[in-house]
Ligand binder design. Sequence first.
Ligand code: ADP
Ligand code: ZN
Length: 601
Amino acid sequence: MRDARETLQTVFGYDAFRPLQEAIVNHVIDGGDAMVLMPTGGGKSLCYQVPALVRPGCGVVVSPLIALMQDQVSALQELGVNAAYLNSTLEPQAARAVEDALLAGELDLLYIAPERLVQPRTLFLLERARIALFAIDEAHCVSRWGHDFRADYLQLSLLHERFPQIPRLALTATADARTREEIIQRLDLHEAGQFIAGFDRPNIRYRIALKQNPRQQLLQFLREEHPRDSGIVYCLSRNKVEETAQWLSAQGFHALPYHAGLPAALRATHQARFLREEAVVMVATIAFGMGIDKPDVRFVAHLDLPRTIEAYYQETGRAGRDGLPADAWMVYGLQDVLKQRQMLDASEGNDTFKRAEQQRLNAMLGLCEVTGCRRQVLLRYFGDTLPSPCGNCDTCLEPVDSWDGTEAARMALSAVYRTEQRFGVNHLIDVLRGNENERVRQFGHQRLPTFGVGEKLDANQWRSVFRQLVARGLLDSDPERYGALTLAESCRPLLRGEEELWLRRDQRPVRQRSTRSAGEAFDVDSELWEALRECRRQLAEEQGKPPYIIFHDRTLQEMCLRLPRDIQAFGELSGVGQNKRDKYASAFLQVIDSHLQNRLH
Ligand code: ADP
Ligand code: ZN
């Protein structure tokens, strides 16, 4: 029996397990069941892949993401692992070949769709084969509360009944305790070891800027920080997705739209291009992302506010699975707050539901308006704690001032009151700043006591005050009259002078940064970096595979830093196992060699 660490090195090319991985791998190799909760990018796959290789027999992986199976299997085959899958996309003949290989003991890992697994034919097959373990990926699909519920997952409890001797692992990145409880219940994992990792994604830099000119802000962010990287831009509506993708294309980016209104075939094509080509910017509604296993998404940008922290964390979590630096970038403004509140008011559902959703939105707004470390807020939301500020979010990197906004807030609230809670923010600002325009005169608002009391702040500063009042729930939006602001019950103590209010001082978003390429972001020789990427791209194209299946960015980065000159040094790089060493060393060594030659001359 091969030992776990040796397998890790020779097959996967990694030096060491991450701490939790090691515990899980040993536990499962010894025959234990496991419930594994790890954030995206935490390294869940190795937790079952290594034991599957070490234990006799074939590891069976249940995964709902049929579209991903082929890539997962070809990634394993690249490593020299005998892997295969069974799902509805296979012709009967190909499926039979897989079944034969399983029975002959030739497979190390077999991926099966849940609906396939629970068929009597498949169960009968598995009963005749030697099975090393069952891994249930995306185990939260068993939860009725979650948004990814799959009825077939409910039947997976039969694994325990039919195969009581075989270790089972349930794996998920979904955080909350209720879902976790439900997984244990429904999959009968009461006896299983529980392995729960913290939720931090330290390589992701969280940034939330004030929305002023969103397109220009996005353009500047992409040009300056990610000119040649893959990433996702999320928008709320299909129209905005289409427009933004077109506009980015016109600006020279390789941008593709993705939303539920596109024909299925076109969606599939765009998804495949995002996976297989480099530097594709996917502009998408939230319909895009579930089961996107691409490790080198370097940024996730939000042009619209997500409604909950769960959604925000899941969407931004698609960045940087490979552990290299990645950005979660968002612009946000008053209109976002109003729009989300409006959508909530208009949504179906009873009052209890709406109140719960309101609270979740408030938590999201709290994250936007916070003056302290954003990561601390995020982790606290998920019941995790980060003892000190992270140093890798915008508020840590450029501390935000706060100011005593009590008086300004009172003026704003009183302007709302005096104008009978029927006007939007632009008109209210005109009143506060004493702008005697036609509309003001039409309603006689130049005669109000509030007229002109707020000259000291400019229009942007007033917008900031109003935004924060809405975000904190001191002002509501009128469900009947779009954009009109009304007083919320909770603003009374402030109006009566019983409460103070400290506000965030918004920063001007325009800051000049030097251009950097993906390679430079990692501080490596950018010429060599691009040459290695080109080599990888060609190899990937020849084989019709995504580039990251050849090597992850991290391995290319190591090539730049360590400049291996022979096959042995090449084999020592992280991510280079024996199989890939033998297959690819010469191509990449040649690139490194000619780069060094050129540098000499
Ligand atoms: P998850 O499924 O939890 O999102 P993956 O299994 O895809 O995470 O792993 C994320 C990344 O981390 C992959 O690029 C993987 O190769 C890498 N990785 C996992 N474990 C290790 C390790 N022990 N050493 C180095 N890299 C690792
Ligand atoms: Zn921070």
